[in-house]
Write a protein that binds this ligand. Structure first.
Ligand code: PL4
Length: 407
């Protein structure tokens, strides 16, 4: 018999989002008439804007013609799209050959682990998007100490007390640092000074930063950097992972990219980009050509206007939710809302409560699904993450119900 990959037994329970979905299903079975509203999983709800949709429709129609048909493309993505991402998103700070188009950020986060092998030392923000930890554990980084030489994961608490930016000195030399900004789940977008200190530390301690920038389009404060490559020295130590999912509602279309700078080198001096190219050409067969046509449209003048309006819609939802969550029934119980206006998530602390208990209470009383903060790590205990992805009328209805929530 084939032996089970022992790493699976090191995972702590099930993956967060299916558990949230399961509890919602169970609740709905018990209360079939309840009109449940989801402010839980960060899933886009609004239609893809017309100019971008048209580009994909036209491309798809072309596939049915002799002239418009295309089969496999380059595994690294369309040259035109790589060039456009380098120019429009990065203002020329990165080169087209450093951009690798993919089927989404989550898929790149999973593949990136292959670059470093199973004994890589890992550091993550706590709380964090669960894929960094679970993906690391599946690929061999142990969660428990003393596991026959595998390296442990260093958890970096990000709390209100430290402005949701970790104490970097806890990070060991030669670590792979997963860093997300604007952050899921805390919503915190790191400042230029904070990111400069992260880059300086990574260079000094010979670490690599895996910078998850999936929510860059939500940054509205012009002082905040929109990419790690605005930070001096970043090309020597950082990889950026990015996505069209939240930029343009491509959560179902599936399109993302990663930037692997040419300057980034392993200890032996060999090129990280060269190995990433090997991974992408060997284990990936290129993003959908229809999705890439949509990606190109997102980055032209009309597309940029449309995506900004789309993101603004969700940010307006977030502002409506903030007002409701700062209502008297919450404030009188010491509930604290963390939201700076640069992300689709509100990070809300219910002092003295367990996250899953509050999740269940909100579901029972308001029929609103949220995400329990503890699912993102121990430092998320007592928090609830509210997602601003939703139709306006659902968000407003959820807020009306939350106004009567009894803690
Ligand atoms: C639910 C920090 C959402 N089933 O769509 P992708 O793959 O380009 O991007 C995924 C992604 C990457 N990086 C960060 C993210 O927050 C996400 C999406 N996260 C959430 O609610 O936290 C969707 C989660 C999905 C999942 O497991 O990713």
């Amino acid at each position: 018999m084939i032996k089970r990959n022992a790493n699976f037994s090191k995972l702590a329970g099930g993956y967060l989002f299916p558990e949230v979905a399961k509890r919602r299903r169970e609740f709905q079975q018990k209360h079939p008439d309840a009109k449940v509203i989801s402010l839980g999983i960060g899933n886009t709800t609004e239609p893809i804007p017309p100019h971008i949709t048209k580009a994909m429709v036209d491309y798809a129609a072309g596939l049915g013609t002799k002239e418009g048909y295309s089969g496999y493309g380059d595994e690294q993505g369309l040259t035109e799209l790589r060039e456009k991402i380098a120019k429009v998103v990065y203002g020329g700070k990165v080169n087209a050959d450093e951009v690798f188009v993919s089927d989404g950020a989550k898929c790149d986060i999973a593949r990136i682990q292959i670059l470093f092998g199973r004994k890589a030392r890992v550091a993550v923000q706590n709380p964090a998007y669960p894929v960094y930890v679970d993906g690391s554990v599946i690929s061999g980084a142990a969660k428990r100490r003393g596991d026959d030489g595998y390296n442990d994961i260093t958890y970096l608490p990000c709390t209100a007390e430290n402005d949701f930016f970790p104490d970097l000195t806890a990070i060991k030399k030669n670590s792979i640092i997963y860093f997300c900004s604007p952050n899921n789940p805390t919503g915190k977008a790191s400042t230029r000074e904070q990111l400069q200190s992260l880059v300086n530390y990574a260079i000094e301690k010979e670490c690599f930063i895996i910078y998850d920038n999936a929510y860059f389009a939500f940054i509205r404060d012009e002082k905040l950097p929109k990419t790690i490559f605005e930070i001096e020295g970043a090309k020597k130590c950082a990889i950026e992972i990015n996505s069209f999912s939240k930029l343009a509602g491509f959560t179902g279309v599936r399109l993302g990219w990663s930037v692997i700078p040419s300057e980034l080198k392993f200890h032996c001096g060999s090129s990280v980009k060269q190995d990433w190219n090997r991974i992408m050409t060997t284990l990936f067969n290129g993003a959908s050509n229809i999705a890439q046509a949509g990606g190109l449209a997102c980055l032209d003048e009309e597309g940029i206007k449309e995506t900004k309006e789309l993101v603004d819609y969700y940010l307006e939802n977030a502002a409506i939710m903030k007002k409701a969550l700062e209502g008297e029934n919450f404030a009188s119980k010491g509930v604290q809302v963390y939201f700076t206006g640069d992300s689709p998530y509100l990070w809300v602390k219910f002092p003295g409560k367990k996250s899953w208990d509050v999740f269940d209470q909100i579901l029972e009383q308001c029929n609103v699904v949220t995400t329990p903060g503890s699912g993102f790590g121990a430092a998320g205990e007592s928090f609830i993450r509210f997602s601003a992805f939703g139709h306006r009328q659902d968000v407003e209805e959820a807020c009306r119900r939350l106004a009567n929530f009894k803690i």
